[in-house]
Design a protein around this ligand. Structure first.
Ligand code: SF4
Ligand code: SF4
Length: 330
């Protein structure tokens, strides 16, 4: 019990160190983001470099939903989708050929929070809108099958399972509290300009999420020195390593979009649905599930911890008591 508590604290300390600025983004990059000329609504709706990614997100989200609803989301199919999204939305932008660059995850789930700092510009609003739409349809389609950091962590979880790495669980309330605290800190420190940089006499708000952004690590770059390399790649590296031991640590402890989508998930149209009369209380789903949500699903709790629609509980129920459906309990 003591060891479990220590491990929880360890995860917290790692993320807290990252979030409190040991690894920092350069002033130039912050200014570049703040000064970026935003495309017009017309650009977004009619120009391929802007709109293609959103169509791709919606198409992959709908295909995933269809596969989940028809029980055709078999492990191999799931791995194929996870690999595809990790590549397309995470790494394809590094390929210097036009269509690939259209899919890069900009603004990333970490950067959409900057909408509050730099005005609710169109890229932020449309990205948030699509994420919200996919989450409200559910079950957590963006985080589960599209977000490249999410899909990368899901792949690590499957790899750990395959390699029989002993996995640990964390307390959901604890993780959720850290995630909320980080968001409150972000709002407080950034909007009050306590956290800022000065460039050419101008003050620019900084975001604590810039310090802990694994999406940056997917943009392959040759950093000037070791400190720059750490700032760029360490959040992604730590996220991947921790994902071998814990289920989606970055989503649960840090991501602001993870926080919003966890709230939105509570009212989504589709979700894991339990047929109470078929459940024989064997608890196999709880044992097999990588998440913290199963206990609450079995108790028919109104509020559930994050479910990323991995489908593992559904696949492992010997009585077919679980499925993706519109009702919490049937
Ligand atoms: S919680 Fe954040 S990092 Fe995780 S999948 Fe969702 S958007 Fe991506
Ligand atoms: S095991 Fe079930 S409840 Fe847990 S994340 Fe996967 S689908 Fe959701």
């Amino acid at each position: 019990m003591k060891l479990a508590k220590f491990k929880q604290k360890f995860v917290f300390i790692i993320f807290f160190m990252m979030a409190t600025g040991i690894f920092s983004e350069t002033t130039e990059k912050i200014v570049e983001h703040a000064r970026e000329k935003t495309p017009t609504l017309f650009d977004f709706l009619f120009k391929a470099p802007f709109i293609t990614k959103y169509y791709a997100m919606i198409i992959i989200g709908m295909i995933s939903l269809l596969l989940l609803l028809t029980k055709k989301m078999k492990p191999k199919v799931k791995i194929a989708i996870l690999l595809f999204s990790t590549f397309l939305f995470g790494f394809a932008g590094n390929i210097p050929v036009k269509p690939f660059s259209y899919f890069s995850m900009h603004p990333s789930p970490m950067c959409v929070t900057k909408a509050m700092l730099y005005g609710f510009a169109i890229p932020f609003v449309i990205t948030l809108g699509v994420i919200l739409l996919l989450t409200l349809i559910g079950p957590r389609l963006f985080c589960g099958y599209i977000c490249p950091v999410g899909t990368f962590q899901e792949l690590m979880s499957l790899l750990a399972e395959k390699l029989k790495i002993k996995r640990n669980r964390f307390n959901f309330i604890f993780a959720h509290s850290v995630r909320i605290l980080l968001f409150i800190l972000f709002v407080f420190l950034s909007t009050t300009l306590i956290l800022h940089v000065v460039f050419e006499g101008e003050i620019y708000a900084k975001s604590i999420y810039d310090y802990v952004n694994p999406f940056h690590g997917m943009e392959l770059a040759v950093p000037e020195n070791l400190a720059a390399a750490l700032a760029h790649y360490l959040p992604l590296l730590l996220t991947i390593i921790l994902a071998l031991k814990y289920y989606r640590p970055f989503c649960h402890f840090v991501c602001p979009v993870g926080l919003f989508t966890q709230w939105a998930e509570q009212v989504s149209l589709f979700r894991v649905s339990l047929k109470k009369s078929a459940c024989n209380d064997c608890n196999l789903c709880v044992k097999k599930a990588p998440c913290e949500a199963m206990d609450d699903i079995l108790k028919s709790a109104t509020l559930r911890p994050d479910c990323f629609a991995c489908n593992i509980c559904v696949e492992n129920c010997p009585e077919n008591a679980l499925k993706i459906g519109t009702k919490r309990t049937r």
